[in-house]
Write a protein that binds this ligand. Structure first.
Ligand SMILES: Nc1nc2c(ncn2[C@@H]2O[C@H](COP(=O)(O)OP(=O)(O)OP(=O)(O)O)[C@@H](O)[C@H]2O)c(=O)[nH]1
Ligand SMILES: [Mg+2]
Length: 344
């Protein structure tokens, strides 16, 4: 099972208590205070690890805590610091604090570390309370409590382009042709059950792009039909979308209807998805009825970027590969330009 959501309760370690102790040595009657400080409690961090692909481990360990600091002791011995807790999560994981409802962390790149909860501070030993008037203080302080929090973890795949389409449109077949990934392809709907990421290599220009293949979307997905629409989160971060449309209408629908249904389902999930540049990959062009449907489609949408392909004959695959590259690059440049103008 691919788990892209989990809820966990986290606790940073408490600080250890300071110690109240006095030196006791033979022939030295009043040895003075020697109580050491408590150790600090361990903190909790999110750590991005690209060897992990989903959040499964947190489904089974919903309560985690960092180590407590040790108490201080005599002879000025400081308590040990509690061990930090690192939550290893895949790139693209967001942490939402359930108490505030706000996003408290997001990790995107391997090795990125974000503090979630701070460990408590160790208390002070009685040695700190010695003054000219009180040479034998018994005072010490307790360690403070580590922070506590409940979090929702949400994984949103990171890819440059995402495939969307009805079940059986050929998204996974396309993924298999464009990348080294070997997704399952079959002639029944909902073969793909979760998002997969693959890499498209452009060896001539020393470039590579990441693409995400997701489950099929159907009309009514927003009302939980089919596999629902929550997996659309995995294309939310994409710079461009590739609509894979079955031009041969093998499942008895029609390509224009499919395209419109996809647009309205995307809009119901998040209208921002419609602002992403899109390419229509008109698939199954090897089938007899496909040409006629493509003509109708083009007549209806004269201004959209359409590439005719067949995952069977591999017609149009190099052109689509090029088109994906151009569209993603253009979108990245535009995003850069808008970011520069943005007041934030
Ligand atoms: N004739 C023909 N069949 C194709 C083509 N592309 C894919 N298919 C077939 O269509 C069926 C579905 O292909 P998939 O790649 O699994 O489709 P998908 O869009 O990933 O489907 P889901 O994962 O269920 O959403 C398979 O039987 C493929 O062999 C094509 O270009 N021409
Ligand atoms: Mg598939």
């Amino acid at each position: 099972m691919f788990i892209d959501e989990a809820q966990i309760t986290l606790k940073a370690g408490n600080g250890g208590n300071g110690s109240s102790s006095f030196r006791r040595e033979k022939f030295i009657p009043k040895g003075g205070p020697d109580g050491g400080d408590g150790g600090n409690g361990g903190s909790v961090y999110a750590l991005c690890d690209d060897n992990i692909t989903d959040l499964e481990q947190y489904k089974y360990t919903p309560n985690l805590r960092a180590g407590d600091g040790g108490n201080g002791s005599g002879r000025l011995k400081k308590g040990e610091n509690g061990e930090d807790l690192f939550l290893k999560v895949p790139p693209g994981t967001i942490f939402i604090n359930l108490q505030t409802g706000l996003q408290s962390a997001e990790v995107l790149k391997k090795g990125e570390k974000v503090l979630l909860l701070k460990g408590g501070k160790g208390g002070l030993g009685n040695v700190h309370f010695k003054t000219s008037v009180n040479r034998a203080p018994r005072q010490f302080t307790y360690g403070s409590d580590g922070e506590f929090g409940e979090f929702k973890l949400v994984l949103k795949t990171i890819a440059d382009a995402g495939f969307v389409g009805f079940p059986n449109a050929g998204k996974s077949s396309l993924m298999g042709l464009l990348t080294m990934a070997k997704p399952k392809v079959a002639a029944y709907p909902f073969t793909t059950l979760h998002a997969n990421v693959g890499m498209i290599d452009y060896p001539d220009i020393y470039e590579r792009l990441f693409v995400a293949d997701i489950p099929g979307l159907i009309k009514g997905a927003s009302q939980n039909k089919g596999l629902g629409h929550r997996f659309l989160r995995h294309i939310e971060r994409c710079k461009a979308l590739v609509f894979v449309i079955d031009m041969a209408a093998t499942d008895g629908r029609n390509p224009i209807g499919d395209y419109e249904d996809l647009l309205s389902e995307l809009k119901l999930y998040n209208p921002m998805l419609l602002e992403k540049p899109r390419i229509v990959a008109a698939n199954k062009m090897d089938e007899p009825s496909a040409n006629e449907n493509l003509d109708k489609f083009k007549a209806k949408y004269p201004n959209i970027d359409i590439v005719a392909i067949s995952c069977l004959s591999e017609e149009g695959i190099p052109s689509l590969k090029e088109e994906i590259y151009k569209t993603v690059k253009l979108a990245s440049n535009n995003a850069f330009a808008t970011a520069e103008q943005s007041p934030f």
